[in-house]
Design a protein around this ligand. Structure first.
Ligand code: ADP
Length: 474
C-alpha cells in the first residue's frame, strides 16, 4: 500500500511489487507499486502539510513522536518478524534493530523541544542580531533494505521533529517493513501529509524527488553509485542533501590488544546481518606477530556460527538479500583464492532445501591489497585477514580506500588508541568497541561514504536552515 495525505492507497496503474523471503525464495506478499504520478501527489501533500506543520510547537511535535514510539514498542515482535521475513536477519537481531529504530523516535521526540536559535553580539548599539533555525521544507527520503525499520525512523523522526514534512521511498526488497512503520505513524494520529510513503519504481520516484523544486531536502542511504547519481540530479534545484553511502571498514588488531575482545569484534562487525551493513568490517588487519594465532582462533569461532533461516531459534547468520549479492560474494572469494588467499573456514554457498541465498561465514588468510576484496565493498560474510608491521604503515593502509565511514581498532595502549582515533580518516571510529552506534551520537561518513550526519544533535541540524536576522532600532 501507498500512504499519501493520510490515506492508504493502491497505485493508479494497479501495479504490484512482489516481495520474497530470501531464506526460502517464497513469495511473501504483493504490494502496491507507484511511480511518477504518486510521487508527485505525495510531494504536493507534503507541501500543503508543511504550511501548518512548520508552525507546530516543539511540544506538539514531540508528543506525536512519543506516541509513534509507544505504538512501535507494542509491536516490536510484529515489526521484527516482518524484517526477518523480508530480508533474512535472525529474529533477535531484527528485534534489536526495531528497538534501535525506536530509540531514534524517542530521542527526537525530546529534541523537538530544543530547536534553539541564537543571538549574536552586535557591533552597533542599535542593532540586534539573531539566528533563527527553521525547518528546511519538504524532505524526500530514500532508504535501503539492510535496516528496513531503523533507517526509516533515523530519517523521519528528526525531519518531523524539525518541522519538515516527508515523502519516503523505501527499498523494493522491504516495503512491508515500511508499511508497518507507517501504520504506527497513522495510528499515532500524525496530521495528514506530514509523512507519506511511496513504494515503487525507483527511477521514476527518484527523478520526481530530485527534479521537484518543492522538495528542498534529499536524504539518502544506499550505495555510493546511486548516491552520486542523486547528488548530480539534485544539483539543478540546489537541494540540501544528506548522503549515507557505502563503506569499507578496517578493523585493526595490535599486538597489545585483548585478543578475545578483538575476535568478538570481528564476529559482530563482519557476520551480523551477514556482513550486509555499511559499517561492516571489510578488512581485518592483524599485527604480524599474532596473525597466525588470531587467524586460527577467528576461524574456530566463525565455524561455530549457526547459519540458517533467521525465523528459527538459535541462528546467527541468515541469508544474503538476493542472488546478485551471493554472486558478488562468490566473485570476491574466488578472486582472493586465485591470488593465493587461503580459506580458513567457509568459502561456499550454504545449501538449503529451499531456494535460500545463503553463504557460509568465511575467513580468508594471507589477504593482499591486490585482491578485489581489499577495495570493493563485499556486503557479505567474508573476513579477509591482512598482516602489518607497525603503526605508521597501518594508518596509511587503513586510509587507502575511497570510503571513510567506520573504522575499528583494538589496542590496550591508551596513547596508541588516541593516535589512531585522530589519524583514521573515517566518520566513526570504535576503539575497543565494535558497536559504536547510538541515537544520541552523529553517524556519517567522510570521503565517498557520504555527506552529513544522522543521529544526535547534528541529525536534527540536517533538517534545519539558519536564517540570520538583523534588527535595527532607533
Ligand atoms: P543496494 O545496492 O544496497 O540495494 P541501492 O543504492 O541500489 O543499494 O538502493 C538503495 C535505495 O536507493 C533503494 O531504496 C533503491 O530502490 C534506491 N534507488 C536505486 N536506484 C535509484 C534511482 N535511480 N533513483 C532513486 N532511488 C534509487
Amino acid at each position: 500500500m501507498l500512504y499519501i495525505n493520510g490515506e492508504w492507497k493502491e497505485a493508479y496503474s494497479g501495479n504490484k511489487l512482489d516481495v520474497y523471503n530470501p531464506a526460502t525464495g517464497e513469495l511473501i506478499d504483493s504490494v502496491a507499486s507507484g511511480g511518477k504520478e504518486e510521487a508527485k501527489e505525495a510531494i504536493q501533500a507534503a507541501k500543503e502539510a508543511f504550511k501548518t506543520w512548520k508552525k507546530a510547537t516543539g511540544q506538539e511535535k514531540g508528543k506525536y513522536l512519543a506516541k509513534v514510539a509507544a505504538i512501535m514498542k507494542e509491536r516490536v515482535d510484529q515489526l521484527a518478524e516482518t524484517i526477518t521475513l523480508e530480508m533474512g536477519k535472525p529474529l533477535p537481531d531484527a528485534k534489536r534493530e526495531v528497538l534501535g529504530g525506536i530509540s531514534y523516535v524517542e530521542w527526537y521526540a525530546e529534541e523537538a523541544k530544543r530547536v534553539y536559535g541564537e543571538t549574536i553580539p552586535a557591533s552597533h548599539p542599535n542593532k540586534h542580531l539573531m539566528v533563527l533555525r527553521q525547518p528546511v521544507g519538504v524532505t524526500a527520503a530514500i532508504t535501503p533494505w539492510n535496516f528496513p525499520v531503523s533507517m526509516i525512523t533515523r530519517k523521519i523522526a528528526p525531519a518531523i521533529a524539525a518541522g519538515c514534512t516527508v515523502v519516503l521511498k523505501p527499498a523494493p526488497d522491504t516495503p512491508i517493513s515500511a508499511i508497518k512503520v507507517f501504520e504506527c505513524f497513522h495510528e499515532a494520529g500524525l496530521p495528514k501529509g506530514v509523512a507519506n510513503l511511496v513504494v515503487g519504481n525507483a527511477e521514476e520516484i527518484g527523478s520526481e524527488m530530485t527534479e521537484s523544486s518543492d522538495v528542498r531536502k534529499l536524504t539518502f542511504t544506499g550505495s555510493t553509485p546511486v548516491g552520486k547519481l542523486l547528488l548530480r540530479n539534485s544539483a539543478n534545484t540546489v537541494k540540501k542533501v544528506s548522503m549515507e553511502l557505502g563503506g569499507h571498514a578496517p578493523l585493526i588488531v595490535f599486538e597489545d590488544a585483548d585478543i578475545g575482545m578483538a575476535i568478538k569484534g570481528v564476529l559482530g562487525t563482519k557476520f551480523k546481518n551477514s556482513g550486509q551493513t555499511c559499517i561492516s568490517t571489510n578488512r581485518v588487519y592483524v599485527h604480524e606477530s599474532i596473525a597466525e594465532e588470531f587467524g586460527q582462533k577467528l576461524a574456530e569461532a566463525t565455524s561455530n556460527l549457526k547459519i540458517g533461516n533467521g525465523i528459527e531459534a538459535g541462528i546467527d547468520v541468515g541469508p544474503l538479500i538476493n542472488s546478485q549479492a551471493l554472486e558478488k560474494v562468490e566473485s570476491h572469494v574466488s578472486d582472493a583464492v586465485e591470488r593465493n588467499g587461503k580459506v580458513l573456514c567457509g568459502g561456499n554457498r550454504y545449501d538449503t532445501d529451499g531456494n535460500g541465498t545463503f553463504y557460509e561465514p568465511t575467513v580468508i588468510n594471507y589477504a593482499t591489497e591486490q585482491m578485489k576484496i581489499s577495495t570493493e565493498e563485499t556486503f557479505g560474510p567474508v573476513a579477509p585477514i591482512f598482516t602489518f608491521k607497525d603503526e605508521e604503515e597501518i594508518i596509511e593502509r587503513a586510509n587507502h580506500v575511497s570510503y571513510g565511514l567506520a573504522a575499528y581498532c583494538f589496542t590496550n595502549d591508551l596513547g596508541r588508541g588516541y593516535r589512531m582515533m585522530e589519524e583514521l580518516e573515517y566518520g566513526i571510529v570504535g576503539i575497543n568497541d565494535p558497536a559504536p552506534i547510538v541515537a544520541q551520537a552523529p553517524f556519517g561518513g567522510v570521503k565517498e561514504s557520504g555527506i552529513g550526519k544522522e543521529g544526535g544533535r547534528s541529525g536534527l541540524t540536517e533538517y534545519l536552515e539558519e536564517k540570520f536576522v538583523s534588527v535595527g532600532t532607533a
